[in-house]
Design a protein. Structure first.
Length: 180
């Protein structure tokens, strides 16, 4: 990758040997590998046996999980917050694992719609919940820096599974709690 970054910078018309750029290809490779390390994460390692028996069957919510990803169309960042709720069946997941699940999928080339769905499906799968709901509220640099250049545009996506698809009272409770 370092070699390719070097060529890209040259094709931009830059002097790759000037002080500020000498190590840029190496740094760029390191950065892109970090920004896409979700490909290297294993689902089981992310969960790490943090599934616990619990009799609680009420809504569990972790809100405002910081999220950073790269748009697969332009390789530009999008960032925001992810809110996750689920209805436990017989088990709950260690709370920090929800943030790790977000990174598992966000640290890849993505579109926000797919990212939201992948998080919801994985939480539902691992917890065997009666329902999950995931909302992502993000800003996309591909909309802010290029093209339409709309600085205040936010994209909100929602993915819902199980009982939360049809239970409007619980969905309203989720929305009320993430907005409080």
């Amino acid at each position: 990758m370092e070699k390719h970054y070097r060529e890209i910078i040259k094709k931009m018309g830059e002097d790759i040997d000037r002080d500020g750029l000498k190590d840029t290809p190496k740094r760029a490779e390191k950065a892109i590998r970090y920004l896409t390390h979700g490909y290297e994460l294993n689902k089981q390692d992310v969960i790490n046996n943090a599934l616990f028996e619990c009799q609680n069957d009420d809504l569990v919510i972790v809100k405002s999980i910081e999220m950073y990803s790269l748009c697969e169309h332009h390789l530009l960042p999008f960032y925001g917050v992810c809110h996750i709720g689920y209805l436990p069946n017989t088990h709950v997941l260690g709370l920090s694992k929800l943030g790790r699940i977000v990174d598992l999928y966000a640290r890849r080339l993505q579109v926000q719609e797919r990212l939201t769905q992948q998080i919801a499906e994985f939480v539902a799968e691992v917890t065997k919940s009666r329902g999950t709901i995931v909302m992502i509220d993000a800003k996309h640099l591909c909309m802010m820096m290029r093209g339409i250049q709309k600085q205040n545009a936010q994209t909100i996506t929602l993915a819902v599974t199980g009982e939360l698809k049809t239970n409007t009272q619980l969905r309203s409770e989720f929305e009320r709690m993430i907005n409080s």
